[in-house]
Design a protein around this ligand. Structure first.
Ligand code: SF4
Length: 298
């Protein structure tokens, strides 16, 4: 079990399917060190031991040093720290690893490079190969694990799922020690954008993808986020998924403690707002063992 924390929502990219894109007129915000610490302390109080830090993709606003400081704070409260940030170079991943980060997830969104160009209209993210090689740079920088994901529904979801699996498989062949993870997001409705139809990938199709990942790479971690409703998530963890977020998840900035006003707009709407205890109990009811941390530092 884990929870995401959005510490900033500045973004220099123009991904037409995302509410954080640089042309969307939303409230932008960034937590300072004191606010990050307050939020993390509140999250840790709930019993969670793993956190995923997200920033949006602005190297200028959310510098590598800023993210490193967030990792150092997170290390005081959590045993496992993941990052979902803009792709960086190997030496920067090494620095973030030194600061406490354990794994890095980079969404390729779609592996169809022609379609990719039509969806990513501005910013560094337009450079497809730099993004596709991010996981390898993260492993070279010493990260324990790397995550892969296509945003299902942007293009032919079966081809994208196939490419995601193959990408992870090739990296595993080259770096057998790397821990591999898959995320399986489907498109969600976002602010100011009705150009994308998120309805293409229905629940049976999502199940097909999750099962394909599980069969293809039996030891990979599979995450199902709060984009999905409680019913879908409870069923998926019973079948193939291994990682689930919990704890009043929010994709806004500064939303875990009352005295930090929720400053930034949300990236997308979420469907499962259950607390840590509720998700924990649902796992027990499913005859599963809730695991707060899968790693011990010696
Ligand atoms: S998907 Fe990521 S990079 Fe693209 S606009 Fe949203 S936050 Fe920025």
């Amino acid at each position: 079990m884990f929870t995401p924390i959005y510490i900033a929502n500045y973004c220099e990219n123009y991904c037409i399917y995302c509410g954080f894109n640089c042309h969307n007129k939303i409230n932008r915000a960034q937590l300072n060190a004191e606010e990050i610490e307050k939020e993390m302390a509140a999250i840790a109080e709930t019993g969670l031991q793993e956190i995923l830090i997200l920033t949006g993709e602005s190297r200028n606003k959310s510098t590598v040093e800023y993210i490193g400081e967030a990792c150092k704070i997170a290390r005081k409260y959590f045993k496992v720290i993941g990052l979902e940030i803009y792709p960086v170079n190997s030496d920067e991943y090494a620095y973030l690893h030194e600061c406490g980060a354990d794994y890095v997830t980079v969404f390729q969104e779609t592996y169809n490079s022609d379609k990719y160009e039509t969806l990513h209209l501005a910013g560094h993210k337009r450079i497809f190969p730099y993004r596709v090689n991010a996981q390898e740079r993260a492993v070279k920088g010493g990260m324990r694990g790397v995550g892969f994901g296509a945003l299902l529904g942007l293009d032919d979801f079966r081809k994208d799922a196939f490419a995601t699996g193959y990408h992870a498989y090739l990296l595993q062949r080259k770096y057998p020690h790397a821990e591999i993870a898959f995320s399986c997001p489907r498109l969600r409705p976002i602010i100011n954008n009705d150009r994308i139809n998120p309805m293409d990938v229905h629940e049976p199709q999502l199940l097909q993808v999750v099962c394909a990942y599980r069969l293809f790479m039996p030891f990979a971690s599979i995450t199902v986020s709060t984009r999905e409703c409680a019913r879908v998530r409870d069923n998926l963890v019973n079948i193939a998924a291994t990682k689930i977020s919990a704890g009043g998840v929010s994709t806004g900035i500064g939303s875990h403690v009352d005295d930090i006003e929720d400053k930034g707009d949300d990236q997308f709407e979420i469907s499962d707002e259950r607390s840590v205890d509720e998700v924990y109990d649902a796992l027990l009811k499913n005859n599963l063992q809730p695991v707060m941390s899968d790693y011990i530092y010696v």
